[in-house]
Design a protein around this ligand. Structure first.
Ligand code: SAM
Ligand code: SF4
Length: 337
């Protein structure tokens, strides 16, 4: 039987699915959810069940989805997380299953998630200073997160650390983070602060990643690695065990290489992180709709993918004029689609 491929209206191959398992979170990171929660909390009956997620992935896998990332909210707050991973590992067409976590509750899950077959983790860590960590996350879990990072490596998982660089806050830790990647076999990824959810957006805190790269280049010798479809530009470090990566979402849009769709915790397929367009699939999954109807919902969402967003045409420069421009709503316009 010929394997379907998902290709959007602009010729991009879609093979990557990000699944949000919950909108609950035990942190309140300043750039994500300052004091309010990442988004309004849903009644638990609104979340897709493990069986519904599995059914969706079985169909998406037949349509060309090859890589899955589990995220949230905080995905380890889902009590059935290990069962979800076990279930998704039965879908043989999925070649890479990873999970993004704030790390605070990770340690007890390492053994069961290793046994369940999870391939790798992204752990979010914005500061290696306990006080600053608390200032950013509004959480006291600094020790737990640091312990999780070393335990995850000790379990033999591949680890990427996500660090959002914030002007005047985490900026001064850039060198310390690269040193972690020199000393340990992990990838430190510097992320540009993006205007998500609208709750924590502060354009004055943005540091363009070219500034971060300049700081890193002054202190370390980097060699570029093949991109292999990743949004991050990754580099090996001379005499280092790990790598560094840069994800410049705001100043260098990578819409042209976008290969992803998203499934929200409440069963909406979203074509783009920044778009509020979506196709509901929950009723189909719950109502016993035929697989073709679910496949059509996936095709419809892929067909909605915009060519890009306004960051692509008017990238953020970090200068004063842009801080004003990016302070204004609506922040994002979509191009095409
Ligand atoms: N709670 C988990 C965590 O923090 O790893 C998973 C969900 S969190 C939304 C996924 C990633 O998005 C984290 O690495 C976080 O740092 C990043 N993130 C959240 N809001 C962001 C923003 N406004 N700009 C850039 N990255 C952001
Ligand atoms: Fe929670 Fe992750 Fe958002 Fe921080 S970035 S508030 S840990 S969902």
């Amino acid at each position: 039987m010929k394997q379907e491929q998902l290709v959007d209206s602009y010729g991009r191959l879609i093979d990557y699915l990000r699944i949000s398992l919950t909108d609950l979170c035990n942190f309140r990171c300043v750039y994500c959810a300052p004091g309010k929660g990442a988004s309004p909390l849903l009644p638990s009956s609104e979340y897709l069940t493990r069986q519904e997620i599995l059914h969706f992935v079985q169909i998406a896998g037949r349509m060309g989805i090859r890589r899955i990332r589990l995220t949230g909210g905080e995905p380890l707050l889902r009590k059935d997380i290990v069962d979800i991973v076990c279930a998704l590992k039965t879908v043989k067409s999925i070649k890479d299953l990873s999970l993004t976590t704030n790390g605070s509750r990770l340690k007890p899950f390492l053994k069961p998630l290793k046994e369940a077959g999870l391939d790798r983790f992204n752990i979010s860590l914005d500061s290696v200073d306990a006080l600053r960590f608390k200032e950013i996350t509004l959480s006291d879990a600094y020790e737990e997160v640091m312990d999780s990072v070393s335990s995850t490596l000790a379990y033999g998982f591949r680890v990427k650390l996500n660090m959002v660089v914030l002007k005047g806050l985490t900026q001064e830790e850039i060198i310390r983070f690269v040193k972690m990647a020199v000393e340990h076999p992990l990838e430190v990824r510097f992320l540009e602060f993006m205007p998500l959810c609208g709750t924590g957006w502060r354009p004055d805190l943005v540091i363009p990643l070219k500034t971060v790269r300049a700081i890193v280049n002054e202190n370390f010798t980097l060699s570029k690695l093949p991109r292999e479809g990743n949004v991050a530009e990754s580099f090996s470090i001379s005499n280092g065990q790990g790598r560094v990566g840069f994800i410049a979402s705001l100043t260098h849009s990578f819409c042209g290489e976008c290969s992803r769709i998203r499934l929200s915790a409440d069963g909406m397929i979203r074509p783009c992180l920044f778009s509020d367009r979506a196709v509901s699939v929950k009723t189909l999954l719950r109502g016993g709709a035929p697989d073709d109807a679910i496949a059509n919902a996936i095709r419809e969402a892929v067909g909605m993918k915009p060519r890009g967003n306004s960051f692509q045409e008017e990238p953020f420069s970090g200068e004063e004029k842009d801080i004003d421009r990016y302070q204004q709503a609506p922040l994002i316009r979509f191009i095409g689609g």
